[in-house]
Ligand binder design. Structure first.
Ligand code: FAD
Length: 317
């Protein structure tokens, strides 16, 4: 079922969902199940599975380094399918522009359709680790808007090279990313919002936000989005701080601000167990306020760990 249908069916009740990352190549999928199992009691109607950018690895060939490109965490669509099968819950595979040609994307979408996956998240992807800026893949999309268009075209039978008359169109529900504190490359929040509007106009059905730690930023973002005519659901993305290093890492990677009270509370912690507790408590307070404001879904970035997400969900769902 589509994410938007789940939201409609909930009739104003806030839903619980979360995002997981595929295991590193060669690791068992059981590790993933072990982290999903404890969260199933909160009845997520859908689970997101991320896709990682490809990266360079260097293989030592008797003293000479051979540079190869590889994806360390493949398997997004397979994982989605196995989760749907095992837990009877909808999944949302993340699709990237970066690293995929339009043809490869079309094949992935065909696989999703055959597997009964009704939702996809359309994302540009970040720059590769070795690159300063995002470089579009040859034959791929430059921005998420193009990817949204490609996915939306399928609902009228429009494939890349032909239009197919069929009564079995792949009519995906499409999610896109939104940034309450603006995307790191955007010249301003207003121009980033206009880009978000383009994604919605191209056919996106809902938005999931980048993490934020000050709810005011989310509320203002939603108001600004509504003011320019973005009417689709805007789902807040929540991440609990888990280690002290997050104080530097999160602002550096995502260009987000952390509230002073949170910084001081984390700074005062003697170890990461205390930091984790602070992070959970902060996320609970954030979630309670967002739920009271009637957000459609609270979406948690689990980063492969369920214990802190469970501690938060227990207080809310
Ligand atoms: P876009 O919407 O294409 O925007 C990228 C930038 O280009 C923005 O600054 C925008 O303002 C600008 N822009 C857009 N259109 C135009 C245009 N026509 N001309 C000029 N500028 C334009 N990354 C992963 O690698 N894997 C994941 O699974 C993943 N999941 C994510 C889930 C969520 C909820 C979020 C918020 C992010 C996720 N990301 C993921 C990160 C995402 O890929 C990066 O933030 C990426 O840098 C931007 O992706 P986007 O889809 O927002 O890009």
């Amino acid at each position: 079922m589509k994410v938007t249908e789940h939201i409609k069916q909930a009739k104003g009740e806030t839903l619980f969902s979360f995002e997981i990352i595929p295991p590193v190549k060669g690791k068992s999928i059981q590790e993933l199940y072990n982290n999903i199992d404890p969260l199933m009691e909160f009845k997520p109607p859908f689970i997101d599975v991320t896709t990682s950018r490809e990266e360079y690895v260097y293989i030592d060939r008797e003293g000479l380094l051979d540079k190869k490109i590889t994806r360390m965490r493949p398997g997004t669509v397979g994982i989605c399918s196995s989760i749907q099968h095992k837990y009877q819950v909808d999944t949302v595979p993340h699709l990237l522009c970066g690293g995929f040609t339009k043809e490869e994307t079309e094949y992935v979408l065909v696989d999703c359709h055959y597997l009964g996956i009704d939702n996809v998240m359309a994302l540009r992807g970040d720059a590769m680790k070795e690159e300063k800026y995002f470089n579009p893949t040859k034959g791929g999309h430059e921005f998420a808007t193009g990817l949204v268009r490609q996915i939306r075209n399928l609902s009228t039978g429009k494939y890349l090279h032909e239009t197919i008359e069929t009564d079995d169109c792949a009519d995906f529900c499409i999610g896109v990313a939104g940034y309450p504190e603006k995307h790191l490359e955007a010249p301003s929040l207003q121009s980033d919002l206009k880009r978000l509007k383009e994604k919605v106009d191209a056919g996106a059905d809902y938005v999931v936000t980048q993490m934020f730690f000050d709810n005011q930023k989310y509320f203002e973002f939603v108001d600004a989005a509504r003011a320019i005519g973005i009417e689709v659901p805007i789902i807040p993305g929540i991440k609990p701080i888990a280690v002290k290093r997050h104080l530097q890492l999160l602002p550096q990677v995502f260009r987000i601000d952390l509230p002073q009270a949170l910084i001081e509370a984390v700074d005062a912690c003697k170890n990461n167990k205390e930091v984790r507790d602070i992070g959970v408590e902060w996320a609970i307070q954030q979630s309670k306020e967002l739920k009271a404001a009637g957000v459609p879904v609270l979406h948690y970035y689990s980063m492969g760990k369920s214990d802190n997400i469970k501690a938060i969900a227990k207080e809310l769902f």
